[in-house]
Design a protein around this ligand. Sequence first.
Ligand SMILES: Cc1ncc(COP(=O)(O)O)c(C=O)c1O
Length: 393
Amino acid sequence: MMLESARRLMAPSARSDVPPFMVMDVMAAAARIEAAGGRVVHLEVGQPAAGAPAPAIAAARAALGSGPLGYTETLGIPSLRARIARYYSEKYAMAVAPERVIVTTGSSGGFILAFLAMFEPGERVAIASPGYPPYRHILHALGCEPVLIETTAATRWAITGESLRAEHRRRPLDGVLVASPANPTGTMMTPQALAELIAVAESEGIRVISDEIYHGLDYAVPDETALRIADSAVVINSFSKYFCMTGWRIGWMVAPEPLVRPIERLQQNLAISVPTLSQIAAEAAFEGRDELQAIKRGYEVNRRILIEGLPQAGLDAFLPADGAFYLYADISRFSNDSCDFAQRLLQEAYVAATPGVDFDPVNGNKFVRFCYAGSAADMREAVERIGGWLRRG
Ligand SMILES: Cc1ncc(COP(=O)(O)O)c(C=O)c1O
């Protein structure tokens, strides 16, 4: 029998007590249906159906045959940092010094580095609700306090200067994280709304982090980088979404010059360097822009199919699907329990979607998230199955 003192030695820390990501449970249930021979239409996972662009694959193949893949410089291969800097002049017509670009293990790695470099334990960081769950879970694990600010249709589901200032007056904030396009809502801030929010943050001494992982996937409102608005902003980005390289685990951040060396020291200790093969492939991915633009046009077709088809199927209330590849649909006419709704939709209609409670502990039970990064045929089939299922009641 184990001694109580020995059992205590195996107890996890309080900071590791973060909730699971429920979409993973949906994926597991879908896999069970598929193992039994059912065909599930997947609209749950937030990743492109397509793989990395051809130049990225070719560069990775060549690198595998050309000698050992050693560590790289901690901040990233210099030519990749320079290529990312050049992307800012191509896409946003603005200059970014390569010295400010830091290559990371996906944007997920970037968040850990940014939060560690910017905040002390106990500091308060505002994030929008609904929002991407790991923001609050990573902050919690690092000993910071995530502060959820509820958003509404009136502000295009984004934190505004006004709501930020109101929370700051209630209890001072140290940071704010913005995301446009956002997950799970797919909504975007207009460039003016982003500029207004950043102006308030800067005037109140609140640090800004901008998650720009869905940039490049904008359909209704142009995507604006926080870098153009404030030199003090930390921008996080990734090759996962627009560049279709989720599994390569590669992203980047652009930090103000005084934060670069502290982030370098952190990454030296936490990771040494980012996977070399992925860095080589990422640099070549910029040469696959035609392929990537064609994939984006496919998302636009899918988005139209859902925007036009879902109301006919019975889901006629959803947030403006401005960008990324998400549509966040109000299901409150049918259920006040989005987990149960998503589970029944999967078990009875074989359509996998993500319950809103994953993203919003307060109002998430009224919503499910559909990801339209798959094929047009899947979108049409999903609309048909959802319609038939809702009509059957
Ligand atoms: C809003 C947002 N930020 C960050 C990430 C993390 O992506 P990665 O670590 O693959 O760059 C995701 C993944 O779904 C996301 O939706």
